[in-house]
Every structure is written in C-alpha cells, then in structure tokens.
Design a binder for this molecule. Structure first.
Ligand SMILES: [Zn+2]
Length: 340
C-alpha cells in the first residue's frame, strides 16, 4: 500500500554542515551554546572552500530527496569563500533535482568587511535571478548598522529575511535589536528564548532535534501567534523525522495535544515554497495521516516528482549516482577535517 503527498519543505537547513559528521573533536569541550558555536561551527564554516561547499550541498540535497523533501530553505555561511557560494549551493540542489531558497548569513563576527561581502553575496545572487532571502546570522553577532542594512536590502529586493532568533540565551535581546525591522515575510529560526508576547513578525522555524542536541531548551512553538514551520537546522533533510519529534516534544509538556498541530507546522512549509505543493511524493506507507505517521518509523519515499520530472524512482535518485555523491563528499570531508 502506498500514499502520496506534495513534496515536503525543510524550512531551516544548513547544507554546509553536511560534512561536519565525524569531524575532529574541538580543542576543549564546549559547556554552553556559545561555546558550541565558537568551538565547532565557527571553526568549521571558516575552513570551507567552494569545492567543499559543493559536495556538502550535494550530499545534503541527496539526503533530503531520499527523505521526500523537495525544497530546502537554506541558511549559509562560509566567511573565507563568500562570493559565488550561493550559486554553488543552488547548482547542487538543481543537479540532484530539488528546489532551494537560499540566504547568506550576514555577520560582523569576521569584521565589517565580512558583513559587507555577505550582504553583497545576497544581493548579487538574488538580482541575478536566484531564489533567495537576505540572510542574517543573528542579532547578537551584528551591529545595528548591519541589521538595518540587511532589512533595507530585503525590502529593496522584495524578499524576506532569514535570521536566527533567540536560539540560545546569548541572543536574548534579539526582540529589542530587531524591533521595527521584521515583516511577515521574515523567517525566524528557533525562538527558543523568545518571550511568548513579542512584537516580531514572520514565520517561526522550529528545529527540535537541533535544540535538544545543543541543550538550549524547548521552544514550545505552540505558544506563539506567529505561523510555525519545521526544519532540521542542518541535521539531515528528513522533515518527517522533525514532525515526529516536534509532536512528542509538544506532548512532553501537554499530554492532551495530538499530532495535528505539528502536522500543521509541516504544512506551513508550503507557504514558504509554494511550488513544492505541486511536487508529488509516493510513500512506502499508507495512509500518510498524522496519527499514523507520528507512530510509524522508517517511512520512505518510493517515487518523487519535482516540477513534472521524476527525480526518484523505486527509491533511487534518477539524476545523480548516490554512491558517487557519497564518495565525493567523503573526499571533501577528509580535506575539511584535515584543516580543523
Ligand atoms: Zn540554524
């Protein structure tokens, strides 16, 4: 028995992190979220070059497709390979056969020139016809000038902004820093420490597995009036898994809730990438009903059609050789890990 759904949308991903698995341990064990950023992610992103980014994105896009995800909303950073990085990611997703909505995360963490070049990459990519949003890393790593410049650029380009908000306590003042800048087309990732009553506009992107992994706390997104969508924050591209975890996390604080709320969050993805609604995924399980999916492990896509093209048939990608993608990604991972 099989059932079909539209293509799923991963509303918050970091394709650049696909090669991180198996990386060498940091010099000292981080004891909090800011330590994890400093010791792991900000060392990793600084070591990336365009070839690593290409195979990281190919692997991430492949894993998304193999999970029935046909659109990735990505948030990218590679401070020593900024120019052209969004083209490389867009090309990788297109090669595998899935959709992407990209952003370069602007930050002052690497000096004002880094922020300027990040803004320029967003502008270059979007003006050149790329599907994107303007990215901001997070309010706590940006000056007021950079936050205003990014918001202004997004308004000029007619697109939203993709930004991390209150993921950890280090970003507690984001609601103040971003006051008056946000609009309904902004994407606010995490919001774990965002007060329930706040003035930020936009869709909240919930990433339950990442939040658990970073020990930042539970966002409890059901408390917000904003729309909520589901992402992975770079831990693969399987948003059915995010749905299953989002449901039991909500259940852990409210035993009266059912899986329909988290399923609705999964469906919000189609408001972010409407074209994915027309994609078709044929699954190994029937029915694809929230109450069934919440309690059924191992559901996988058998066939995926994106924009009328069959990109996965009999559970195998049709556009790329998955073994070759994994082999190339392993080679680039070895180069990356050697740099760390
Ligand atoms: Zn993130």
């Amino acid at each position: 028995m099989t059932a079909t759904t539209p293509g799923l949308v991963c509303a918050h991903h970091h394709l650049y992190s696909a090669l991180a698995r198996g990386m060498p341990a940091p010099p000292s064990t981080p004891t909090d979220f800011l330590g994890i950023l400093r010791q792991v992610w900000w060392r990793l992103d600084a070591a990336l070059d365009l070839e690593m980014i290409r195979w990281s994105a190919m692997l991430g896009a492949l894993e998304a497709l193999e999970s029935g995800t046909t659109a990735i909303v990505d948030h990218h950073e590679s401070p020593n390979a900024i120019e052209g990085s969004l083209d490389v990611i867009a090309e990788a997703c297109a090669t595998v056969g899935i959709r992407s909505l990209l952003a370069y995360g602007v930050t002052d963490r690497n000096g004002p020139d880094g922020a300027r070049r990040g803004l320029a990459e967003n502008e270059r990519f979007i003006r050149g016809g790329g599907l994107g949003l303007v990215g901001i890393h997070a309010a706590f790593t940006c000056s007021a000038e950079t936050l205003h410049a990014a918001a202004g650029l997004a308004r000029d380009l007619g697109v939203g902004v993709h930004v991390h908000v209150c993921e950890g306590t280090c970003d507690f003042d984001a609601p103040v820093r971003l006051a008056g800048l946000t609009r309904d087309d902004w994407l606010l990732a995490h919001c774990v420490h965002l007060p329930t009553a706040h003035d930020l506009r936009g869709t909240i992107l919930h990433n339950p597995m990442s939040n658990l992994n970073n020990a930042v706390g539970y966002a409890d997104p059901a408390r917000f009036a904003n729309p909520v969508a589901l992402g992975t924050d770079g831990i693969g591209g399987n948003v059915l898994e995010s749905f299953r975890l989002a449901y039991v996390m909500e259940r852990s604080v409210d035993v009266t809730c059912g899986p329909l709320t988290a399923w609705h969050w999964l469906e919000t993805g189609w408001d972010l990438v409407p074209a994915a609604r027309d994609d078709e995924v044929t699954w190994s399980y029937d029915p694809m009903d929230p109450w069934h999916v919440a309690f059924t492990p191992g559901i996988r896509p058998l066939r995926v059609v994106v924009g009328g093209q069959t990109v996965l048939a009999d559970g195998r990608p049709t556009r790329v050789d998955p073994d070759e993608v994994r082999a190339k990604a392993r080679e680039q991972a070895a180069r990356l890990h050697a740099r760390l």
